[in-house]
Design a protein around this ligand. Structure first.
Ligand SMILES: [Zn+2]
Length: 371
């Protein structure tokens, strides 16, 4: 293993942050796996999983068991990590711009389609390398004037030519769940099984503000749509893994999650060995079928349902209690499915999102993720 240090654009005189990437195996040999932790910097379970992964991968590399390359970024967002305001860490949005650290990644297909179109052949492997080279070249030419732009560009350059990208996040309070783009459902299934995911949420976004994983998996199916006379593989299975909730940070779970990722890599034949996949804990469901539960008015949230609980239509998920008026309003499940996430605070503003249920039938249109 060797470590690379990346210097981000200095936002102010006398200040410069760095990003560290850990490189296992040999670049250019076998599949490339990219794993990053805590792009939302206040979502810490991924950092502890990365710590355990580092130990496991070091041993595997020393024993000659690693057949590919693994790039691990154990702290993906040093900017957000440093945003402590009045003793509270704010890691989801950059304070300087108000932007979500996990939005505004490039639409590579639009950026490189004209470059790659004349270079493609009937050889899918050749086309994969042409597209990856074009992504690297395009990224190298982008301005990185702000610190946030340089962070996004650095992460993208490390990840853009990977066969598998795992973006380790968590929700407020949650059961293990994963997000993936629809064309990659088959590729993510073994990962969902090793992790014991309670929800696998699929979507195919046409949003202009792409998440990190969508930018990397999306380029392939988007180019397929535009250049359909040439074979273009689905060459980057990128998934966001929600490692339960923000306070689910302990060695036992983190080690088990790291081992689950190793088992997935064994299944993908990136690591020597055999593994039998555990039984799936859920059927994949459309993100467009996920019910977001809202508080109808302000009040104290008293939950009846726990993360991971299976609900049916009409079940009470929470009561919203206004002590001033004695108004108590139940918030009900409107779909059957697992309560895969709920809020961490217990005071609801009127209209606040207080939970999510993975329903099996799509009913939403338009943007499916929050800003
Ligand atoms: Zn997140």
């Amino acid at each position: 293993m060797h470590t690379q240090t990346h210097h981000l654009t200095s936002p102010a005189t006398g200040t410069q942050r760095t990003l560290h990437s850990l490189h296992f195996g040999q670049a250019g040999h076998g599949q490339k796996i990219y794993i990053q932790a805590s792009l939302h910097a206040d979502e810490l379970p991924g950092m502890l999983v990365a710590h355990h992964l580092r130990g496991l991968l070091t041993t595997l590399e020393d024993e000659g068991q690693l057949l590919g390359e693994v790039v691990l970024v154990p702290i993906a967002n040093p900017i957000g990590l440093d945003q402590t305001v009045m003793f509270t860490q704010l890691g989801r949005f950059e304070l300087a711009s108000g932007e979500n650290f996990n939005r505004h990644y490039p639409d590579f297909a639009t950026a490189i389609v004209d470059t790659v179109a004349p270079l493609l052949t009937q050889d899918a492997g050749h086309n994969r390398e042409v597209i990856r080279a074009a992504m690297r070249e395009w990224l190298s030419q982008q301005p990185t004037v702000t610190e946030l732009a340089s962070l996004r560009n650095t992460l993208m350059r490390l990840a853009c030519d990977a066969d598998v990208v795992l973006d380790l996040h968590c929700d407020f309070e949650a059961a293990m769940h994963v997000y993936v783009e629809t064309p990659y459902l088959e590729q993510v299934q073994p990962l969902a099984q090793t992790l014991g995911a309670r929800a696998v949420l699929w979507a195919q976004s046409d949003s202009p503000t792409l998440c990190f994983d969508e930018a990397l998996s999306g380029v392939w199916w988007r180019l397929r749509q535009r250049l359909h006379n040439h074979p273009i593989p689905l060459a980057c299975m990128a998934s966001t893994i929600e490692l339960r909730g923000q306070t689910d940070v302990n060695h036992v779970q983190a080690h088990a999650d790291a081992q689950a990722i190793v088992d997935f890599l064994i299944h993908r034949q990136v690591i020597v060995g055999t593994t039998s996949l555990p039984v799936a804990q859920c059927e994949a469901t459309p993100l467009a079928g996920s019910q977001t539960l809202y508080a109808p008015h302000a009040g104290v949230i008293s939950y009846h349902a726990e993360p991971g609980q299976l609900l049916t239509v009409g079940d009470v998920v929470a009561d919203i209690v206004c002590p001033a008026t004695a108004l108590v309003t139940p918030v009900l499940a409107e779909v059957d499915g697992v309560l895969y996430a709920r809020h961490i605070v217990r005071w609801a503003c009127s209209g606040m999102d207080i939970g999510k249920i993975a329903g099996a039938t799509a009913f939403k249109t338009g943007p499916l993720l929050s800003a």
